[in-house]
Ligand binder design. Structure first.
Ligand SMILES: [Zn+2]
Length: 443
């Protein structure tokens, strides 16, 4: 009879499993289409437990940490993007969109006001009950994911193994004083030194619970460095300035994991005046700030903050982007929905410049083809102002995109890493292939 590893054993094995993953990730030389290899090996290495279905989550007390959480998972009737935009402003954090309905998390008090605002709530359940049925794994079994310390360890390992090509620096500090680490891949310039080269910027984990987005950004960096002698990759390293900041919101990601059980936390770790936790960083940028699809209510998951750029995390990104005049392309990874999104998010009208629109549409289509995701203007889902993408394009002319990774939950399990990383690496390579002059696509 196979021995069933205990949760404790998984915690104990966590760091050695991670080293295996790193070694596997760095060792893979297979063509891109076969990148699943190392991840499959990891799954096997983790033993019968990892290959088995998700563990029985209904352990006594397993969801008690959510008992005091006042959020509900609701399904609400919504006909179009205007309904969805109004729901975001009412404090609903839309996670799923289906014909005629949306679902997501909302604070109890905001939920109780929905009917008065003309919305029909089809179903609702406390987050604790929802979590019981929508969690693929516990943090212990999700050990292949990198927390903050492990992300830094991996970035340092990549930098140490590739000293000629890389440097590691901090974009700035978070509310709780953590560094927002950024790996620069550029043999000619190191750290924050300026560069005349065209630049590309990959970002993950703006939202705490979207841990898969950290893995994808790390995967992009690992892939580039593993394949640095390939002629195509070498050309990127010799002509471009590439930045990877896998964990933009380390406080939020850590807060989500702190208790050893997922807290479904989206925002940063700011303590608001009403004692609620967090500002939605992807609503805090100064592009039509908080005009639509965001909430002024601190308890809401879509809380835009007291003013634009009120948070050190978004300020750090702003300062970085503003001092990179060569920045041409940007990808911000989120989860989940399998979408490749381009501006505008904050307006329902298309990008005004026909030339720019052509570039956005061409790039989105190509990256969607690589990932199997759907390309579309972000506001076709709903209008949401103050995100990274709109700000970077509006203020700096950067061809900025948002990828909503695949999956049907924020916690899709460790096996999803091996699926999402290779196809998004492929899209990232496409982005690099056009970064030198994206306008060539408009010719
Ligand atoms: Zn997100």
């Amino acid at each position: 009879m196979a021995r069933k590893p205990s949760v404790l054993l998984y915690f104990h094995n966590r760091s050695s499993m991670k080293k295996n993953l790193l070694a596997a990730a760095l060792a893979f030389n297979a063509p891109l289409a076969f990148c699943l290899g190392p991840y499959a090996q990891l799954e096997q290495a983790a033993g019968p437990r990892a290959a088995a279905p998700a563990p029985e989550p209904r352990l006594p007390g397993a969801f008690d940490h959510l008992a005091a959480d006042t959020r509900y998972w609701v399904t609400v009737a919504a006909e179009d993007k205007f309904d969805r935009t109004a729901l975001l402003a009412a404090g609903l954090d839309i996670a799923e969109i289906r014909e005629g309905f949306v679902s997501g998390l909302i604070e109890k008090t905001a939920m109780e006001q929905l009917a008065a605002k003309g919305f029909f709530v089809k179903s609702r359940q406390p987050i604790r009950d929802y979590a019981k049925n929508h969690l693929k794994d516990f943090p212990a079994a999700d050990a292949p994911y990198h927390n903050y310390a492990e992300t830094l360890e991996e970035l340092r390992a990549l930098a140490a193994a590739n000293p000629a090509e890389t440097s590691l620096f901090s974009l700035g500090k978070t509310v709780q004083g953590r560094d927002i680490w950024c790996l620069r891949i550029n043999p000619a310039e190191k750290g924050e030194a300026p560069s005349a080269r065209p630049a590309a910027f990959f970002m993950g984990n703006h939202h705490g619970r979207e841990h898969l987005s950290n893995e994808v950004a790390l995967g992009v960096a690992a892939y580039l460095l593993e394949r640095k002698t390939d002629p195509e990759i070498r050309r990127y390293l010799d002509t471009l300035d590439i930045y990877v900041a896998p964990m933009t919101n380390p406080d939020g990601a850590e807060y989500d994991l702190q208790t050893g059980k997922y807290r479904w936390h989206r925002k940063n770790a700011r303590v608001n005046p009403d004692k609620s936790i967090g500002v939605d960083l992807n609503r805090n940028y100064d592009s039509r700030w908080c005009q639509a699809g965001a909430s002024h209510s601190p308890g809401a998951d879509t809380y835009c903050g007291p003013y634009a750029f009120s948070e050190p995390e978004t300020l750090a990104v702003k300062a970085f982007i503003e001092t990179r005049p060569g920045l041409r392309t940007l990808m911000s990874y989120h989860s989940y929905s399998s979408l490749l999104l381009y501006p505008w998010a904050g307006k329902s009208t298309p990008v005004e410049s026909a030339r720019d629109r052509k570039v956005f549409e061409t790039m989105a289509k190509a990256m969607a083809a690589a990932t199997g995701y759907r390309p579309q203007q972000a506001s076709d889902l709903y209008v949401a102002t103050g995100d990274t993408m709109d700000w970077a394009y509006e203020k700096r002319g950067v061809f900025a995109f948002t990828t909503e990774l695949e999956g049907t939950t924020f916690y899709p399990g460790a096996a999803m890493i091996g699926k999402a990383v290779p196809r998004n690496v492929k899209a990232a390579m496409y982005m690099l292939s056009v970064t030198e002059d994206p306008y060539k696509l408009a010719q």
